[in-house]
Design a protein around this ligand. Structure first.
Ligand SMILES: [Zn+2]
Length: 167
């Protein structure tokens, strides 16, 4: 099992949409109708923040993967440069090959985690902006139209009594 964020081996952390929502197929994007596993709470938190803040709309993972691959090129160049550009791969010792793989994998994982954390941050900022705007609007409305608020109160009371609300 791989971590859904950074592709390290998953270690007992997971996420799944609520069963009833999957069963009824309400508000759960097809891509989210499965279990996701994670290597750490950091990756689990990054994932669940994105799901919540984007209300289940997640960005295309292939775009991210491509960007993550590109982020490996500079560290790869540095590593090969340090070993000696003119040396063929067949001359690398086992330790040098392992170092090469580790350089690429680490850069890839770091990019993936960072990108997900940044997305979660952006989505949170967007949501907070919308919440603040809607709070301002409801304050304006309550100042301008106290009668309307009273009417809403009546509707809530009739709902609570189970008598329904006229359309
Ligand atoms: Zn991870």
């Amino acid at each position: 099992m791989r971590c859904a964020i950074c592709y390290r081996q998953a270690k007992g952390f997971g996420w799944q949409a609520p069963h009833i929502r999957i069963h009824l197929q309400i508000d759960v994007a097809p891509a989210l109708r499965r279990r996701f596993t994670f290597c750490s709470m950091r990756c689990q938190a990054a994932f669940s923040r994105i799901v919540i803040k984007t209300e289940g709309r997640m960005i295309d993972p292939s775009e991210l993967e491509l960007a993550a691959l590109q982020s490996c090129l500079a560290p790869l160049g540095d590593y090969v440069g340090a070993i000696g550009m003119d040396r063929p791969l067949a001359d690398y010792s086992k330790r040098e090959v392992q170092g090469l793989v580790e350089t690429i994998v680490s850069a890839y994982q770091e990019y993936m985690i960072d990108a997900h954390e940044q997305m979660a941050k952006r989505d949170l900022a967007f949501l907070e902006e919308r919440l603040a705007a809607s709070r301002q609007n409801s304050q304006k409305n309550s100042q301008q139209a106290p009668q309307q608020t009273q009417q809403h109160g009546l509707q809530h009371r009739s709902l609570a009594r189970g008598t329904g609300v006229p359309f």
